[in-house]
Design a protein around this ligand. Structure first.
Ligand SMILES: Nc1ncnc2c1ncn2[C@@H]1O[C@H](COP(=O)(O)OP(=O)(O)OP(=O)(O)O)[C@@H](O)[C@H]1O
Length: 228
C-alpha cells in the first residue's frame, strides 16, 4: 500500500536531511503511529506521500501510484486517494459543517444528488448528525476535528494521514477522535497518525514508527510510546 525505498529528503534551506535512508512498508488496512521529537521528519514523510515535496533520492509508492515519478496531471488523483487531517482543523470558516464536507465532493465533480445523499451519511458516521447547519465557529474543537475527518474520508480514500490530530484537544476529546479514526481504519482505510500523545499510543498498541533526526529508529508491530 505504502512503500518507501531508500528515501532521503533535504530541504534547500536546510543543511541536514529531514529524512535519511528511509525504508518502510505499510500494508493496506494498517493503523500506524508516527512518533519522535519535533523536527524528526514526520510531517516531511507525509509531504512526500502527497507529492507536496519530492525526495532527494529514493522511491515512494502509494497504492497504485509511483509518487516520485507521477506526472503533474495525475497528482490530483493521488491526493483524492490520500485524505488528510491536521492539528488546526483547516475548515472553511465561511461554510457550514455540511458545506465544508460537500465542498470536497464538489471540487472533484460529484453530482449534486450524490452529494445530498453522502454528506448526511458521513456526518452521521463521525457523530455529527444534527450539526450539519452549524458554522465552524459554533463548534467545539472535537467537533471541528470530526468535520475535518468527515471531509477527509467522504471520498473513501485509501489512506488517511492525520498530523497531530489531537494536538489541540483535551485528553477525553482526544480519545473520542482516536475512536473515530479507529472506526475509519476498521472500515479498511490505512491510517497514519503523527502524535506526541503517549497515552493514545500506549492504549492502542498499533504499529509504531519512531523517527529521530530524519532516521526511522523503531518499527514495532504492536508498539508503545517508549521511555523517551
Ligand atoms: N520548508 C522547510 N524548509 C527547510 N527545512 C524544513 C522545512 N520543513 C521542515 N524542515 C526541517 O526538516 C526537518 C524535519 O521537519 P518535520 O516538519 O518533518 O518534523 P516533524 O517530525 O513533523 O516535527 P513536529 O513534531 O514539530 O511536527 C526539521 O529539521 C525541519 O527544520
Amino acid at each position: 500500500m505504502i512503500k518507501l525505498e531508500n528515501v532521503s529528503m533535504k530541504y534547500k534551506a536546510s543543511s541536514r536531511p529531514a529524512l535519511s535512508g528511509l525504508n518502510l512498508e505499510v500494508d493496506k488496512g494498517e493503523f500506524a503511529f508516527l512518533i519522535g521529537p519535533s523536527g524528526s521528519g514526520k510531517s516531511t514523510f507525509f509531504r512526500l506521500l502527497l507529492k507536496e515535496d519530492k525526495p532527494t533520492t529514493g522511491e515512494v509508492f502509494v497504492g497504485e501510484y509511483h509518487v516520485n515519478r507521477l506526472k503533474a496531471r495525475m497528482v490530483p488523483r493521488l491526493r483524492q486517494s490520500v485524505g488528510c487531517v491536521f492539528q488546526d482543523f483547516r475548515l472553511l470558516q465561511q461554510k457550514s459543517v455540511a458545506d465544508n464536507v460537500a465542498f470536497a465532493l464538489e471540487v472533484i465533480g460529484k453530482q449534486p444528488q450524490v452529494i445530498r445523499k453522502v454528506v448526511p451519511e458521513v456526518l452521521d458516521y463521525v457523530g455529527l448528525s444534527g450539526k450539519a447547519d452549524r458554522m465552524p465557529n459554533e463548534l467545539s474543537g472535537g467537533e471541528m476535528q470530526r468535520v475535518a475527518i468527515a471531509r477527509a474520508i467522504v471520498n473513501r480514500p485509501l489512506v488517511l494521514l492525520a498530523d497531530e490530530p489531537t494536538g489541540n484537544l483535551d485528553p477525553e476529546t482526544s480519545e473520542e477522535i482516536v475512536d473515530v479514526l479507529d472506526r475509519v481504519n476498521r472500515r479498511g482505510t490505512t491510517v497514519l497518525m503523527a502524535t506526541h500523545d503517549r497515552h493514545i499510543v500506549d492504549a492502542m498498541r498499533r504499529r509504531v514508527l519512531e523517527f529521530d533526526s530524519g532516521h526511522l529508529v523503531r518499527n514495532d508491530e504492536r508498539g508503545v510510546y517508549g521511555i523517551g
